[in-house]
Ligand binder design. Structure first.
Ligand code: ZN
Ligand code: ZN
Length: 405
């Protein structure tokens, strides 16, 4: 097999990996650079006669799936069904003009044959729900593409088990996201939930700014909310995601008595079809009862300053804080700065940072040595050098460079 990192050997996000034999040629992940809307043109994939046999997507984060709409019509795209659903909902709420791309589903541990390549997906712990890593095999050689991963989330224990199950590989392509960033202490999701409980005790109203697709985090905050006697209110998008995943353990208004829905003002101007599809099924959960004792947790978006104003005017903000639960780097964004500043007028002065990374910590990366990979290529990192210091057999590849396995 021949491997090429078309893009992403020295950047976080937008990583595109090509794996080929003489007969078959596939791509793993086709997403946008972080903060960039620019499309990427690849001959045989997005333009000209098709030369790729398939595209495999590890998870629903935009930097991995965000460009699949530009792939040539005849090339099959494999996406895990819940990840596909989340991506679809995100487009429906934020970019409804987008034409829906047909994708093919896969199941974990069920191999897919693409000519002389065999691709087996494995479930992996990440801040994106149902993320996958792929084992690619051909003529006795094995490549493991881990995608984005961690082992301190709800599915964390699975990681070591899977690594052992896969055993030695000829090449591992893995992420080093946290290595370039200043070292954050890595909490598990459960530790985060405990910390949240302590914070929630001090306030009556908790406003949470986090990614709606980070399901582990929603569960962590739901638990803290429950323990401190608060109702849990999800904004319409979050509630649409949690109900559509169809997992009874995930806090959602259909299955949980104390989970309610907030209908943000901005959706009132949406068209009839949007309202019928997304608003009507959840409207019954937009209930005054959620605020009865003025003790609640509300998932917010930066577009919800007007909504927060409404709550303030109804005296529903009396002893509140904002929990900022995303990577610190995003705080530089204008919309986030404006939001944090904007809500101060409405009684939310305290801002508390409570977050744990969606990516592998240094310690977790060390565990990869157990896999006994003959060669390791770091991607999705701005500090590949550091990965070399942690792991054996690391080869620092350049974008567009091809290596043989
Ligand atoms: Zn990523
Ligand atoms: Zn990711």
């Amino acid at each position: 097999m021949k491997v090429k990192i078309i893009k992403g050997s020295h950047q976080i996000g937008g990583c595109i990996t090509e794996i080929k034999t003489e007969k078959a040629k596939i791509i793993i992940d086709f997403g946008k650079d972080l903060d960039e809307e620019k499309n990427v043109e690849i001959k045989g994939l997005t333009k000209g006669p098709p030369t790729y046999d398939a595209v495999f997507i590890t998870h629903s984060h935009k930097d991995h799936i965000g460009l699949i709409d530009t792939i040539l019509e005849s090339i099959p795209i494999y996406v895990e069904p819940v990840s596909e659903k989340i991506n679809h909902l995100l487009n429906e709420f934020t970019n409804p003009q987008k034409i829906k791309k047909q994708t093919l589903p896969f199941n974990y541990k069920e191999s897919i044959k693409i000519k002389d390549l065999t691709i087996t997906p494995y479930l992996v712990d990440h801040s994106s729900y149902n993320a996958s890593m792929f084992l690619i095999e051909s003529k006795g050689k094995k490549i493991l593409h881990t995608g984005d991963f961690r082992n301190h989330g709800k599915k964390g224990p699975l990681f070591l088990k899977t690594i052992k199950e896969i055993g030695a590989v000829d090449l591992m392509i893995t992420e080093g996201t946290t290595l370039g960033r200043k070292s954050e202490k890595v909490m598990t999701e459960d530790e985060l939930s405990h910390k949240a409980t302590e914070i929630f005790k001090k306030y009556d109203q908790i406003f949470i700014l986090q990614a709606s697709t980070n399901i582990d985090r929603i569960t962590s905050f739901y638990k803290a909310s429950l323990k401190t006697g608060k109702n849990f209110i999800e904004d319409l998008f979050t509630a649409t995601v949690t109900t559509n995943i169809k997992n009874k353990k995930i806090p959602n208004p259909n299955a949980f008595k104390n989970v309610y829905v907030w209908l943000p003002t901005k959706y009132l101007h949406k068209d009839h079809q949007f309202k019928e599809t997304y608003l009507r099924p959840l409207k019954k959960y937009c209930n005054k009862r959620a605020y009865e004792k003025n003790k609640y947790t509300l998932m917010v978006k930066t577009s919800m300053i007007e909504d927060i104003k409404k709550l303030y005017e109804k005296n529903r903000i009396t002893n509140a804080c904002l929990i900022y639960s995303m990577w610190g780097g995003y705080e530089e964004k204008e919309e986030i700065k404006n939001f944090i500043k904007g809500i101060k007028k409405y009684g939310i002065h305290d801002k508390i940072d409570l977050h744990t990374s969606g990516h592998a910590s240094r310690k977790t990366i060390e565990i990869l040595n157990k896999l006994k990979a003959k060669k390791i290529i770091p991607i999705h990192t701005t500090n590949a050098q550091e990965l070399k210091a942690i792991l054996n057999n690391v080869y620092l590849i350049k974008d567009e460079e091809e290596i043989e396995v």
